[in-house]
Design a protein around this ligand. Structure first.
Ligand code: CP
Ligand code: NVA
Length: 309
């Protein structure tokens, strides 16, 4: 059966370790895998803005021997109302995989339901699982390997209801991490996602905590993560969000509370002085540029793994 990657928990813990291990190998031997030799095309479709996702998938598919077919959805017939199902039925006859960044997660599920080639989530309103794979691979690289992930304390502070929060919960729990989300009232993660992450954590030895305290979230954390307070689609709430999230900024004080030598990650784009201070993101404990580079390696590993199933 065709395997898709729509949510972080679409990979079992063992499968996630396999993909992450391959991602680290990809970094040291960049052209070792050529699953799209031909070149076979992979569609990379965008309903929302992107820099890293567009570039990392494009470069990555080319490095895998393939042809990245980057499509601005608004200029395709989907932009004029052609159904997702019909689009999937056409794409699967011509491309080896479909990567899509869109709004509602149900749209991606519909594409996957009608596709016999792997469909990959390049970000929806609900999840950003390729980013978490990259984050986990980056942390593993910085800490001596994939086995080092299990048991780490990962604190995510900021918008607890956004795609990154949900993916840290599911992906972090899958990796056996102790995931703590610090977020103000009114921005709690989706209850089903918390329940699923808790269930996964019970299997992997990790844990899940959601708190309204920044300090409780980051205290003794090995890794601190944050994300923009205003995700794509939330622009109309900018002022209210900046007020609500003020106490959840990642600053030098966050690092004082965290474990010595804690690492800081941010999926980018970052807004210095808002969710993170310049001193932290540009400081010695920040991994953000290696993290961005890992988008390339992790997605190449994921695509290679998916088409081999
Ligand atoms: N982190 C991330 O997904 O970046 P882009 O929005 O630039 O793709
Ligand atoms: N939460 C952010 C992530 C951007 C990569 C957004 O959805 O805009």
């Amino acid at each position: 059966m065709t395997r898709h990657f729509l949510r972080d928990d679409d990979l079992t813990p063992a499968e996630q370790r396999e993909v992450l291990t391959m991602a680290l190998q990809m970094r040291s031997d960049r052209f070792a895998q050529r699953p799209f030799e031909g070149p076979q095309a992979v569609a990379v479709i965008f309903d929302k803005h992107s820099t890293r996702t567009r570039v990392s998938f494009s470069a990555g598919i080319a490095e895998l021997g393939g042809y990245p077919l980057v499509i601005d959805a608004a200029s395709s017939q989907m932009g004029r109302g052609e159904s997702i199902a019909d689009t999937a039925r056409v794409l699967e006859r011509m491309v080896s995989a479909v990567v899509w960044r869109t709004f509602g997660h149900d749209r991606l599920e519909e594409m996957a339901a009608h596709s016999h080639v792997p469909v990959v989530n390049a970000l929806t309103d609900s999840f950003h699982p390729c980013q978490i794979l990259a984050d986990l691979a980056c942390i593993a690289d910085a800490r001596g390997g994939v086995a080092a992930l299990s048991g780490l304390d990962l604190a995510y502070v900021g918008d607890g209801a956004n795609n990154m929060a949900h993916s840290y919960l599911l992906g972090g729990a899958t990796a056996g991490m102790h995931v703590r989300v610090g977020t103000p009232e009114g921005y709690l993660p989706n209850a089903d996602v918390i329940a699923r992450a808790t269930q996964i954590a019970e299997e992997t030895g990790g844990s899940v905590t959601v708190t309204h305290s920044h300090d409780e979230a980051v205290r003794a954390a090995d890794v601190i993560a944050t994300d923009t307070w205003v995700s794509m689609g939330d622009e109309g709430e900018k002022e209210a969000r900046e007020q609500a999230f003020g106490a959840f900024q990642v600053s030098d004080r966050s690092l004082e509370l965290a474990a010595p030598g804690a690492h800081v990650i941010h999926c980018l784009p970052a807004y210095r002085g808002k969710e993170i201070t310049a001193s932290v993101i540009d400081g010695e404990q920040s991994l953000v540029w290696l993290e961005a580079e890992y988008r390339l390696h992790a997605q190449k590993a994921l695509l290679t793994w998916l088409v081999a199933q």
